[in-house]
Design a protein around this ligand. Structure first.
Ligand code: PMP
Length: 361
């Protein structure tokens, strides 16, 4: 068996240790005589898996008691609609647009109610953050929505740029959650699809302050109502049990890496060597994003000669390096270096890129 060096944007690499444990427990989870997929979600075995996953996540992120942790379905895309359904309450919400995903969030929210774009960096091709002067906030907004890591454009909002604006802050953290310490208390609601840093697709994590519960109008579907989901411990209906189990194993793996502080150090080094390779390539590779907001998880880059794109991808494949093709909307390349992508994997990528540039430059 040979495992690839996997730079896929998502679904993405999972820690090998986690996959091995899941494999070991596949036929018989800890003496239950069946796999996690085959047991009742209301039985004591699965209840213990869910409780442990939540406890480990709370410990990792330092989630205070006044926040509810929900394990939902529908992906981050469902949250684009579910957030305004629950939080707008007849008012308007502000959105800061720094890439394709926050732009999609606006479009979806507009189907539900009144939404304002408080700032957008689209004129730059989404390569920078808006300046403080460019952000026009509505002090009466129901909430302010940001995407703290734009997966396609590779723009990340550094923690120190998250300021208190006086309205609840809602953040799409799909592609960098758990990659660094975060002060949960700055946020009213944090959400993330699982398939990058948490586990398999099909689980969507929502961390929501209890003050934001119970604002939804009565006519929304019950599964879409955060308050109902919170009251039912994410179990109004059958939750994505196997995904939650794998997420729980990932949380335990992260604790062994020294938690978010530990993984932060590794992630910083991974990003440093990859951007250094790009910036020192004499223009063979370029990344267009302002250095103060370059993502540490998603590193888009282009080759100066587009005719080399196909040979680059073919040579990468031969070297066992996969998942580098950029998103169809922007082209070029992208290396996603999530938590489960090791420093060794990034070193292998950098080695390949340097070698390819030398042979073709
Ligand atoms: N937001 C961000 C930042 C994403 O990267 C993605 C998926 N790549 C989404 C939202 C949509 O997620 P999903 O496919 O889980 O609906």
């Amino acid at each position: 068996m040979t495992r690839i060096w996997n730079f896929s944007a998502g679904p993405a690499a999972l820690p090998e240790e986690v996959l091995r444990q899941a494999q070991e427990e596949m036929l018989d989870w800890q003496g239950a005589g069946c796999s996690v997929m085959e047991m009742s979600h209301r039985g004591k075995e699965f209840m213990s898996i869910l409780a442990q996953a939540e406890a480990d996540l709370r410990e990792l992120m330092g989630i205070p008691e006044q926040y509810k942790v929900l394990f939902l379905q529908g992906g981050a895309t469902q949250q684009f609609a579910q957030i305004p359904m629950n939080l707008l309450a007849g008012r308007s919400a502000d959105y800061i647009v720094t890439g394709s995903w926050s732009k999609k969030a606006v479009k979806e929210a507009q189907r539900i109610g009144n939404v304002r774009v408080a700032a957008t960096t689209e004129d730059s091709g989404f390569t920078r953050l808006p300046t403080a002067e460019e952000i026009k906030l509505d002090p009466f907004a129901a909430y302010l929505h940001v995407c703290t890591n734009e997966t396609i454009h590779g723009v990340e909002i550094p923690a120190e740029r998250i300021a208190d604006t006086g309205v609840p802050l809602v953040a799409d953290m799909s592609s960098h959650i758990l990659s660094r310490p975060v002060n949960v208390e700055k946020f009213g609601l944090i959400y993330a699809g699982a398939q990058k840093n948490i586990g398999p697709s099909g689980v969507t994590l929502v961390i929501v302050h209890r003050d934001l519960l119970g604002m939804a109008p009565l006519n929304i579907p019950t599964v879409m109502d955060y308050a109902v989901m919170a009251e039912n411990g994410s179990m109004l209906n059958t939750p994505p049990t196997f995904g939650i189990y794998i997420a729980g194993l990932v949380f335990q793996w992260l604790k062994k890496q020294g938690g978010l502080t530990g993984i932060d150090t590794v992630n910083a080094e991974k990003a440093r060597i990859l951007y250094e390779c790009i910036d020192n390539s004499g223009g063979f590779y370029t990344n267009p994003v302002d250095p103060d907001c370059r993502s540490r998880m998603n590193v888009p880059f282009v080759l100066a000669d587009v005719a080399l794109d196909a040979p680059f991808l073919a040579a990468a494949k031969d070297a066992g390096v996969l998942g580098l093709k950029g998103h169809k909307s922007v082209g070029g390349m992208r290396a996603s270096i999530y938590n489960a992508v090791s420093l060794d994997a990034v070193k292998a990528l950098v080695g390949f890129m340097n070698d390819f540039a030398k042979r073709n430059g």
